[in-house]
Design a protein around this ligand. Sequence first.
Ligand SMILES: Cc1ncc(COP(=O)(O)O)c(C=O)c1O
Length: 496
Amino acid sequence: MVIQDPAVPSSDPAATGRVESPEADAYRAALDVIGAVEPDVASHIRGELGNQRSQLKLIASENYASPAVLLAMGNWFSDKYAEGVPGHRFYAGCEFVDKVETLAADHAKALFGAGHAYVQPHSGIDANLVAFWAMLAHRVEAPYLVDHGVRHVNDLSDADWEELRRSLGNQRMIGMALDAGGHLTHGFRPNISGKLFDQRSYGVDRETEMLDYDRVAALAREFKPLVMVAGYSAYPRKVNFATMREIADEVGATLMVDMAHFAGLVAGKVFTGDFDPVANAHIVTSTTHKSLRGPRGGIVLTNETELVEFIDKGCPMVLGGPLSNVMAAKAVAFAEARKPEFQDYAARVAENAAALADGIGRRGGRIVTGGTDNHLVLVDVRPFGLTGRQAESALEAAGVIVNRNSIPDDENGAWYTSGVRLGTPALTTVGMGTGEMDEVADIICGVLTATEPTTTSSGDPSKAKFHLTDDVRDGNRARAAELLAANPLYPTLGAL
Ligand SMILES: Cc1ncc(COP(=O)(O)O)c(C=O)c1O
């Protein structure tokens, strides 16, 4: 199991008994301390571990962080306010926050080959907000201040400030369509990014379901966006960021790549050259908790020196005080990702996704785009006569956790959907390989084949309700449990 420190004694593989290890001692003590104040919280923390150990986790955006990463979050760094950046804070007493933030940023720069790393964003959405406002400050606000002969927004007249405010809120963006795999934070109306920017989206080719760069270029030429966003949460292929950069340069757009989902594959050198976002984009955002396997958080990276001062104003622009405890955990996670083992992990995440797609395809599932280049597989479940919602629920009943997801031009809309999204980062972390992926594909297809939609009162097939026999459910649950017993989660913790 990759997250196990080789120096730590190995444990009961079923993770049911008491285990002697430094991290088991640490968690036993921590749960005692928590339980003495609010026993229910200690009990829910134990319950969550039990749940995670009893399910085959195929949520593409989730992973299992190491005990070292998790422990780095639970300490007194959490008590400290540290608005500002290292060496330039609005609070006294930040000596060790400065050290830990600098360490996290240095690890991130080395890991991704970035000139600058800002490690304060609390999440992916915050990282995107920092990037959007950094680009707007750089491209719109700063030139306006120069034109008006002032250094600071507070020096503008009320009328000029109003004109600048309108201009900041009147810029254009393009991003990947939601049903092609894009993300709500890339300019869609329910999210603040869609209220801030006038957005148009680019989709995928109807036949191949692959990103069509000619159509991206045509949209960019016609719409002339200030910001071009690339990146996705449900597109199973690699993206040529060098081509995206050529398009952005041609139309004068700033290229932002949101690598929240596939940052682990960038860190692990699965995506290099033209497919490396950091080498090709003006600005890159990411979460740290998905394929990168760190704490829940965000980062912003750039190689453009002109953008650095604006990114570093994330606080006060859109953030308050940083979560110093999480920055400490980011430093630990980035240190882990700089080890050669992480490259091996990232390669296996992609191999496992390819094996899973192949296994499902051979058993009658339709794989969107016909395969995968990354950590995720998008399955069209209509050949099984199901909606994504039914497939998600039937699989959950059998101990397999996935999420329903739209597929391109989805006829079932964003709530019921026609697809499920599967991801391999978590199962790869517990040590599963391509053989296990074939077994997982067999479990998934066995459950989906046996699931029947029920009929509504009007005689139509239901989009939500379904029937699955207890035999099929229990048989597949037992197979999932066998895989989990052979590849236990957090074996060095044992039973807590
Ligand atoms: C591409 C992308 N960007 C941003 C986010 C938002 O991340 P967070 O949930 O940490 O705010 C996600 C999360 O699903 C994502 O997939």
